[in-house]
Ligand binder design. Structure first.
Ligand code: ZN
Length: 251
């Protein structure tokens, strides 16, 4: 009887060890923060939302331009999203000092969205652009959405505003995803002149252009129109991000 008992114990221990070795570890979902430009006056938080399951890495950026509040308000909402696969990185206030003052950029510091690398060996014009760019590279970001605002609805009505648009860098299925983001937003809009349009090639020196061209990230700029009320614009940004995440099976 004692021998049988001992054999049972040995079998149980062996089975447990085998299970431990063959079952992949399940990582718990978690949210962490990391500081961009840590220890400087540009310091701003990045939220790292991990599903604990394999999947793409997506970065959402708001507040590159401080006078475009819908972007950073939407990004502040996105940082509370829970995801079922992959990793979501959110920088709600990329240019925190400009966001606090409500200005496009701080006088004398230049436009952050023209400060990212314009060549494959470039690193960025200033400390903030360098650290954000380095972060995209470090985390191997697959998809990036930078949230902005224009002051008119469409390019045909304005010479200088890109209008209400999704601007993509053509690579892989970026066009197809941009089209899906556009469709979900245009379902909410009745007037044809207000509908979102697709444009390609984010401007040189922008975060979206640099990361797409030199790091292979699928990057977009979403531009809402500041003539709509703020809550509508925030909603457009949040829905565009949501559409991307559902396309990637993260939501
Ligand atoms: Zn902008």
């Amino acid at each position: 009887m004692k021998l049988l008992y001992r054999r049972c114990i040995i079998a149980l221990v062996t089975f447990s060890l085998f299970s431990l070795l063959t079952t992949p570890p399940v990582l718990a979902a978690s949210t962490q923060t990391r500081t961009i430009a840590e220890g400087t006056k540009y310091a701003t938080p990045m939220y790292i939302i991990k599903s604990g399951k394999p999947g793409p890495t997506v970065m959402i950026v708001g507040g590159v331009h401080g006078n475009e509040p819908a972007g950073y308000k939407a990004a502040a909402q996105v940082k509370n999203i829970s995801i079922k696969s992959g990793t979501l990185l959110v920088i709600p206030n990329a240019n925190k000092r400009a966001d606090e003052r409500g200005v496009r950029y701080i006088s004398g510091e230049g436009d952050l969205n023209r400060a990212f690398p314009t060549s494959s060996r470039g690193i960025g014009k200033n400390l903030l652009s360098r650290d954000i760019y380095k972060t995209v590279r470090t985390y191997n970001v697959d998809w990036l959405v930078d949230l902005h605002e224009g002051y008119d609805y469409s390019t045909s009505r304005s010479n200088s505003s890109v209008g209400q648009t999704i601007i993509y860098y053509p690579s892989g299925n970026a066009y197809s995803i941009a089209s899906k983001m556009k469709s979900v937003l245009n379902c909410l809009i009745n007037s044809s002149y207000k509908k979102f349009q697709l444009l390609r090639y984010p401007v040189k020196g922008s975060l979206a252009r640099s990361t797409a061209q030199y790091l292979g990230t699928k990057s977009f700029i979403v531009e809402t129109c500041s003539k709509d009320n703020l809550s509508t614009r925030v909603d457009y940004h949040a829905k565009a991000v949501n559409r991307l995440l559902t396309c990637l099976n993260m939501k």
